[in-house]
Design a protein around this ligand. Structure first.
Ligand code: HEC
Ligand code: HEC
Ligand code: HEC
Ligand code: HEC
Ligand code: HEC
Ligand code: HEC
Length: 332
């Protein structure tokens, strides 16, 4: 099978030479930076179309990559992604304390879902239990009882299958961002594994946006990008919600409407998934001020810009409550 690439709605069959140009339409606009890809990255195509997610593949990836790229594996296991969802009996995973006043019984917990400041608990029928644990305040709070397979589990597992509701690995592991990797794992052929950095900027952000966005599936039945395949156009699988305030886990929705998306500044321009900085708050590649000033030093030095004191952070004014909007305070 030759890969099929969608370009602004048109289907192009790509020959044996790897894709050299990926025109990516985001919110109707095609940016020049999104069209030009570096020659050094040409060798890597999408994962083969017939590749499927395989249970336990994260362990397989790590066996080779502990040797091949030890720094990647060492850094990855210190991030939050692999622990996003865990079995209830995983040692040290349970943070809540249980007594007779607890809203739920520990015995009913089958899975622990780590979600920002909260632990949410899921029973064996994959429904949420009616109490969640506030990790920061160390206390119980109410949680609606919902079917966790419509949004929560797909965003906290790797290779979630919409038909069977099974997943290949708990947590966000290698194949969530690299695509199905069994063909690469058999051969160690670098052209058979997806590498987000080889994608055009818009598609790169979509890898993250499959989870860090809110919206409905195209058929309207669930609240995640049902059917999304690595490297494809997320817009075909997810109808994005309007940005509706801070704290709503919509970094992608916010970013897509920001000037950074138009300029090809993507999630992984700022965030490190498994390397230098990935153990730091928000997994930033550099300390925040240094990161922003690597591109904006002259904007900040401009006489129009407010004078900054050392305790001010760029985000406090331009990313209110963590929103990825990069607003100009006071601007319309
Ligand atoms: C049998 C050993 C082996 C297994 C298993 C394996 N890899 Fe690799 N991987 C390699 C080797 C060797 C390279 C370097 C190949 C080269 O440079 O030609 C590599 C390269 C890569 C690259 C870099 C590709 C690039 O951009 O050049 C990525 C990403 C990667 N592997 C991810 C994974 C993931 C994800 C898994 C699990 C799905 C995995 N690997 C499983 C051996 C393995
Ligand atoms: C949350 C997303 C995510 C997960 C999960 C993830 N990676 Fe990556 N990986 C990336 C991104 C993004 C890059 C490109 C690096 C960059 O340019 O910042 C990358 C690059 C790589 C590379 C190339 C390294 C290099 O320096 O060129 C290897 C190898 C790799 N990943 C292996 C793995 C393995 C093995 C796992 C699981 C143990 C894994 N990754 C899990 C996102 C992820
Ligand atoms: C399969 C779903 C999934 C994918 C794909 C994914 N993430 Fe995540 N990510 C999560 C979940 C769930 C959490 C929350 C984990 C927690 O709170 O313990 C998270 C947490 C994070 C955090 C917060 C870490 C912290 O310290 O609080 C950052 C930053 C992040 N992801 C960035 C990315 C980027 C960038 C990509 C794309 C390269 C990406 N993620 C891909 C699901 C995903
Ligand atoms: C221009 C740099 C930049 C880009 C691009 C960017 N982020 Fe962020 N991100 C940040 C900063 C800075 C923070 C911390 C904000 C704060 O401290 O209030 C952050 C915070 C986060 C967090 C929350 C971490 C936490 O601890 O609560 C997640 C998740 C996240 N980003 C995901 C993404 C995703 C997904 C994308 C792409 C759609 C993205 N980011 C694009 C700079 C960036
Ligand atoms: C890799 C370079 C790069 C990094 C890193 C970066 N930016 Fe940007 N930023 C840009 C570009 C390019 C634009 C778009 C400029 C334009 O369209 O006029 C932009 C736009 C902006 C704007 C909007 C300006 C306007 O006119 O509306 C703000 C605010 C901003 N960035 C703040 C930040 C903050 C805060 C950080 C750190 C969290 C950051 N940037 C990190 C390159 C970067
Ligand atoms: C106290 C709030 C505040 C802080 C903190 C702050 N900014 Fe700004 N920033 C502003 C305001 C207000 C403007 C609009 C100035 C103007 O009228 O041109 C602005 C404008 C900008 C612009 C757009 C410049 C242009 O002409 O398009 C960028 C980029 C920017 N800031 C980056 C940063 C970076 C990087 C940091 C951290 C080092 C930072 N800002 C910290 C308030 C702030």
């Amino acid at each position: 099978m030759l890969p099929v690439i969608l370009t602004g709605g048109k289907v192009i069959r790509v020959g044996l030479t790897p894709v050299t140009k990926l025109a990516v339409a985001v919110a109707g606009s095609v940016t020049l930076s999104a069209v030009v890809l570096g020659v050094a990255h040409m060798a890597i195509a999408d994962p083969p179309a017939d590749a499927t997610y395989t249970a336990g593949m994260d362990k397989v990836c790590m066996v080779c990559h502990k040797v091949q790229t030890p720094a990647v594996v060492e850094a990855f296991v210190k991030t939050k992604h692999p622990y996003a969802m865990q079995k209830a009996d995983t040692p040290k995973a349970m943070l809540a304390t249980f007594d007779e006043d607890s809203p739920i019984r520990q015995a009913d917990v089958a899975y622990i879902v780590n979600d920002g400041s909260y632990q949410i608990y899921v029973d064996k029928d994959l429904k949420t239990l009616r109490g969640k644990w506030n990790k920061t305040a160390s206390k119980w709070e109410p949680q609606d009882v919902v079917d966790a397979t419509t949004e929560l589990i797909p965003k906290h597992t790797t290779g979630f299958n919409p038909q069977t509701h099974a997943w290949s690995d708990l947590g966000v592991t290698c194949e969530a961002c690299h695509g199905p990797g069994s063909a690469h794992a058999k051969t160690a052929d670098r052209t058979k594994i997806g590498n987000p950095k080889t994608l055009a900027p818009a598609r790169q952000a979509m890898i993250c946006g499959q989870c860090h966005a809110t919206g409905a599936s195209t058929d309207g039945t669930v609240r995640y990008a049902k059917g999304y395949k690595w490297g494809s156009d997320l817009g075909r699988y997810l109808v994005l919600d309007k940005v509706n305030g801070p704290g709503n886990k919509q970094q992608y929705n916010e970013w897509v409407n920001s000037k950074h998306s138009g300029a090809g500044v993507t999630c992984i321009t700022c965030h490190e998934m498994h390397g230098k900085g990935s153990d730091k708050p928000a997994q930033l590649k550099k300390p925040q001020t240094e990161l922003c000033n690597s591109c904006h030093a002259s904007d900040v030095a401009s006489p129009k810009h407010p004078k900054l004191t050392p305790e001010m952070s760029c985000a406090s004014c331009h990313m209110p409550q963590g929103m990825h909007t990069w607003v100009i305070p006071g601007a319309k």
